[in-house]
Design a protein around this ligand. Structure first.
Ligand SMILES: NC(=O)c1ccc[n+]([C@@H]2O[C@H](COP(=O)([O-])OP(=O)(O)OC[C@H]3O[C@@H](n4cnc5c(N)ncnc54)[C@H](OP(=O)(O)O)[C@@H]3O)[C@@H](O)[C@H]2O)c1
Length: 275
């Protein structure tokens, strides 16, 4: 496996969405360790926090924004790019589309607004952010990591909108990679399984969802992704068991998979916070 540190040395800046917690924050922490010269731009509502800010100093720049809102993605992308052109005018750029939210329950629980917010943040913002950054990436060279999910392989009941949003990210990333073949821009779809972050609490699923042998840590997920980017892979599913069931799920007829996933989700169902 190629060394992710060596590969990251070829970038001058990382633009990450959702670096205020979980996997996004781990990308910043790990990236900063692997390449002490890298500059980070984070886009999310909250900042990544005092600890990481004092550690990275001027290398970490937070652009506060709500990427689920119409107009905010373009505004934030323009602000980051004009800052980069002045502060880091040369070198490759790694864009990590990581911000994402879910909801657990029968559609449209907890409400239709949340379902639409999932589409706006997990789908629309990823397409718009990538579109806004593409001319800069083409000019300076770079890479794109889109954070999908193992659920992107399954039509999953109780997470219908979320799993479909991640299926979009997965398929879109793989096709985008082909569109950009020969451009020098790498595109990777990252499909984590259950990872111990704030995600489940935010999705109304309760902390119980993140306890188990299949649960991964966010720094482990970020490391696997950076190694896969270094190897110029199209897709990475961190964790052997996750790799096995997604490979199997991708080969079965969708109708069967939806039924199996529905049964499983019903059995695993925990009381959502909103009930
Ligand atoms: N945890 C898992 O088991 C798991 C599994 C598969 C895939 N994923 C995916 O991994 C990615 C990261 O999630 P995580 O697990 O690290 O969860 P997390 O700890 O809840 O982090 C989610 C990040 O998304 C940002 N975000 C949420 N709403 C936003 C908005 N409106 N505008 C801008 N940023 C927003 C949050 O920042 P602010 O709140 O500060 O805005 C936060 O930094 C997501 O795309 C998720 O779907 C997670």
């Amino acid at each position: 496996m190629p060394d992710p540190g060596k590969h990251l040395a070829s970038y001058s800046a990382v633009v990450v969405t959702g670096g205020s917690s979980g996997i996004g924050k781990s990308f910043i922490e790990l990236g900063a360790k692997l390449n002490p010269e890298l500059v980070f731009c984070n886009l999310s509502r909250r900042s990544p926090g005092e600890k990481i800010a004092s550690l990275l100093g001027k290398r970490l720049n937070h652009f506060g924004c709500d990427l689920s809102r119409a107009g905010e993605v373009r505004r934030a992308a323009e602000a980051v790019q004009s800052w980069l052109e002045k502060a880091v005018p040369e070198g490759r750029i790694l864009l990590i589309n990581n911000s994402g939210i879910g909801a657990f329950g029968e559609f449209p629980q907890p409400n239709l607004e949340r379902q639409l917010e999932i589409v706006d943040l997990n789908v629309r913002a990823v397409v718009e952010m990538t579109g806004c950054f593409l001319p800069l990436l083409r000019r300076r060279g770079g890479g794109i990591i889109n954070v999908a999910s193992t659920l992107g392989f399954f039509p999953a009941a109780f997470s219908a909108t979320y799993s479909a949003s991640k299926a979009f990210v997965l398929h879109w990333s793989l096709a985008l990679r082909e569109d950009l073949r020969g451009s020098g821009i790498r595109v990777l779809a990252l499909c984590p399984g259950t990872t111990s972050t704030e995600f489940f609490a935010a999705a109304g699923q309760g902390q119980g969802a993140v306890v188990g042998v299949l649960t991964h840590q966010p720094d482990e997920v970020a490391r696997k992704a950076l190694s896969a980017l270094a190897a110029n892979r199209a897709l990475v599913v961190p964790g052997g068991v996750n790799g096995l069931y997604t490979t199997l799920g991708a080969r079965l007829p969708k109708r069967w998979v939806a039924g199996l996933a529905g049964d499983l989700m019903r059995r695993l169902r925990r009381t959502p916070n909103h009930e």
